[in-house]
Design a protein around this ligand. Structure first.
Ligand code: GRF
Length: 203
């Protein structure tokens, strides 16, 4: 069984898509063991509660410094003993200790077709603003493994989405979520649960 921990910061629509797929039996032999938020007010925690999944908040505001926050984050993750960590709209830069401890076992959803509009500074609406400013006709979403870089890990799945004439960043963001993110994130978890994804250089 694949024990999955999901990290969130906000609304949690990607979390909801995973929960819905899980409840529909579409995630294979998967168990969502914990939802971790860095933000106590995240609606994603409510979604976890409604689904009967344990939600835990580890907020940087509760710690004196970044180091203590990172330690608490790692401890909270370790306590859940996950096989896979899913970053579903998690706005914290994952500490290197966590990446090292869960090498090739952390995946992230990014709302563009990597390597376009990714890397430092490209998060939330900024990604879609940049895509529209460049005038691309196609954007989309990417699920990738997390390494020490920003959006640099191996790509698992991508899905293209049409950019429409006159789109606002919010309209494009919503279309990408509906048509791509909510589809490929559960799909990637399923592939991993089924043992269909392998990457070399595991340490
Ligand atoms: C999504 O656009 C995701 O790609 C990005 O943050 C957003 C999270 O939305 N990293 P939600 O919290 O899943 O609704």
């Amino acid at each position: 069984m694949l024990r999955v921990l999901i990290c969130v910061s906000g609304g949690g629509t990607n979390l909801q898509a995973i929960i819905d797929a899980w409840k529909a039996g579409e995630l294979g032999d998967t168990q969502i063991v914990r939802v971790l938020s860095n933000n106590a007010d995240a609606y994603a925690l409510k979604r976890a509660e409604l689904a009967g999944i344990e939600g835990v908040c580890v907020s940087p505001k509760e710690y004196e410094n970044r180091e203590d926050f990172h330690k608490a984050l790692l401890q909270t993750i370790n306590d859940a003993n996950p096989d896979l960590i899913v970053l579903a709209g998690f706005l914290v830069v994952v500490p290197k200790e966590v990446i090292a401890a869960y090498r090739n076992r952390i995946i992230n959803i990014h709302p563009s077709l990597i390597p376009s509009f990714c890397g430092t500074g490209y998060y939330g609406l900024k990604v879609h603003e940049a895509a529209l400013a460049r005038g691309v006709k196609i954007s989309g979403a990417t699920v990738h493994f997390v390494d020490e870089g920003t959006d640099t890990g191996p790509i698992i799945l991508q899905k293209a989405v049409e950019v429409k004439e006159g789109d606002t960043p919010k309209e494009l963001q919503l279309r990408i979520m509906e048509e791509a993110e909510w589809v490929i994130l559960p799909k990637a978890i399923r592939l991993i649960a089924d043992g269909k994804i392998a990457i070399g250089d595991k340490q």
